[in-house]
Design a protein. Structure first.
Length: 318
């Protein structure tokens, strides 16, 4: 029965991805991610000024006129959101252009569903309950919507869930965990703090402290900051956003927390009332398993804090 349910969910994601890619054009930041992907495949570079001049942005969405590109090294324009996510999408764009990218997102979302199901089973000790909960969440908004959108949340979440499961419930041996955690900031700067915290958990819980793996992690993260310095002239990871006019993190956290939860358009509890059940769930989870609850909440709070200080508390950030 479980395999039938999983097969049906996988098929649903694929069907939704096909019809979505054929009928809905990209919008918002998706357009700019896809523009850089197109530059990587067609021009073999990450410079966007020629793509804007050639009208490549309009070929993706004719209604988009804005830029999310920061001027950097050599006077070139670079995507402010970074390059890691777009390099990840590039092979799938090369295979099937936007349809290939959308199918990649559908597949990644299903892998996240399986990873979440596995983690939930470890926590609840119940396969049936975990399947019910995971199915309800992944077939609902906002995750079902994200299954076809070109945003880095799903990819980042997949790395985080797998890493968390390996660290707290499995044998996190090998180089996969430190390597993927080190690449998280390259996917998007919002994952930097989560990457550091998870790596500290991994290193602390490793029975055999491997300084080779520690070195690999530190080198890749340092290369990220060196890239920022070389391209944008600063080690500040928010410098690219400042260059495109985004304000620093200075908004009222309490007001934005209320917005995130109950805003009538973007609020999580309004958008997906299912999440209201998380409130009593957190209480019982704390009582039953503090050892897993506390590090989980540390990651949640770490992820939320920059969002609650930002103008962009809605949309892709939540």
């Amino acid at each position: 029965m479980e395999r039938i349910v999983l097969g049906c969910i996988f098929l649903l994601y694929l069907v939704f991805a096909f019809f979505y890619s054929q009928n809905i054009i990209p919008g918002g930041d998706e357009v700019h991610y896809l523009l850089q992907v197109k530059s990587i495949i067609k021009d073999h570079d990450i410079w966007l000024e020629n793509n804007y001049i050639n009208g490549d942005l309009l070929s993706i969405n004719p209604d988009v006129r804005d830029k999310i590109a920061a001027k950097g090294f050599g006077g070139h324009e670079y995507l402010a959101h970074g390059i890691g996510f777009t390099f990840l999408l590039a092979p799938f764009y090369a295979l099937g252009e936007r349809t290939g990218v959308v199918f990649f997102h559908a597949l990644t979302t299903f892998l996240l569903f399986l990873s979440t199901l596995f983690l939930s089973t470890k926590i609840t000790k119940s396969k049936k309950l975990s399947l019910l909960i995971a199915s309800a969440i992944f077939l609902n908004t906002p995750i079902f919507n994200f299954s076809v959108l070109s945003f880095p949340e799903i990819v980042g979440s997949l790395v985080i869930v797998i890493s968390f499961t390996k660290i707290f419930f499995g044998k996190s041996t090998g180089y996969i965990i430190p390597l993927t955690l080190a690449l998280l900031p390259w996917i998007h700067i919002r994952f930097l703090l989560l990457s550091i915290i998870l790596f500290i958990f991994w290193f602390y819980k490793s029975k055999k402290k491997s300084y080779t793996k520690l070195s690999i992690y530190l080198i890749i993260v340092m290369l990220f900051f060196l890239f920022l310095k070389m391209i944008f002239g600063s080690f500040n990871p928010y410098k690219p956003f400042e260059l495109v006019g985004d304000l620093p993190l200075q908004k009222n956290m309490l007001v934005n927390l209320i917005n995130v939860l109950i805003d009538r358009q973007y609020g999580l509890f309004v958008y997906c009332p299912l999440f209201i059940f998380s409130i009593p769930g957190l209480y019982y989870w704390y009582k039953e398993n503090k050892k897993i609850f506390l590090p989980t909440m540390l990651l949640v709070i770490t992820y939320l804090l920059p969002i609650l200080r930002s103008d962009d508390w809605q949309g892709g950030y939540t």
